[in-house]
Design a protein. Structure first.
Length: 195
């Protein structure tokens, strides 16, 4: 199973402009995009999107329509509860993302996956299981385990070198120092937007 909680959680950004102040967003999107979204024109587009969502809710529920921001929290809670049941039942988990999947900017490429890791940890997925789901289990599921998924001689070296242990904290994924692509090291800073 490939839960993608962040897809629904990302929709909350429709009603939360503080998303633009998330430091992770500045690493995932070029500054020009964030500047546009903070501009008058970007703000108007954001408001139009939120208004469209509110109108759709009003059409469906009529005059007693619930607050859209509260309503959008319901699928988030259900997705988290479903993942907890899957973990308790020992369902095999594969890591993946739906980027970009829905409205808003809550699911930017790259950052969406990082946020997904946090959603899993918050739902109670053990950290070793998260790491395995993102590496070996995906390789096995796609029939690629002879080439990728673990660090072994003879396998393709697509790796992340992090400055903390991902078996101790999910925030270790925030400390990427070097990316290895087919064994070639790339400094993380060289991969940031605008570099």
């Amino acid at each position: 199973m490939q839960p993608t909680l962040q897809a629904v959680y990302g929709d909350q950004s429709i009603f939360d402009r503080s998303t633009l102040d998330d430091p992770g967003l500045a690493q995932a999107l070029p500054g020009v995009i964030i500047a546009y979204l903070k501009s008058d024109k970007g703000t108007a587009a954001w408001r139009a999107m939120a208004d469209e969502y509110r109108q759709a809710i009003a059409q469906q529920f009529g005059p007693k329509a619930p607050d859209p921001a509260a309503l959008i929290a319901i699928p988030c809670a259900r997705a988290t509860a479903t993942l907890r049941v899957m973990v308790a039942d020992g369902v095999k988990l594969l890591f993946g993302t739906d980027t970009p999947s829905n409205l808003g900017i809550g699911n930017p490429p790259g950052l969406n996956g990082r946020r997904e890791l946090t959603r899993w940890a918050e739902a109670g997925v053990p950290l070793p299981r998260i790491l395995r789901a993102a590496t070996l289990d995906n390789a096995v599921a796609f029939g690629l385990a002879t080439d990728v998924g673990t660090v072994e001689v003879g396998k393709r070296a697509d790796l992340l070198l992090v400055g903390a242990n991902p078996l101790d904290t999910v925030t270790a994924y925030d400390r990427i120092e070097t990316v290895y692509l087919s064994g070639r090291p790339l400094a993380r800073a060289s991969l940031l937007p605008g570099r």
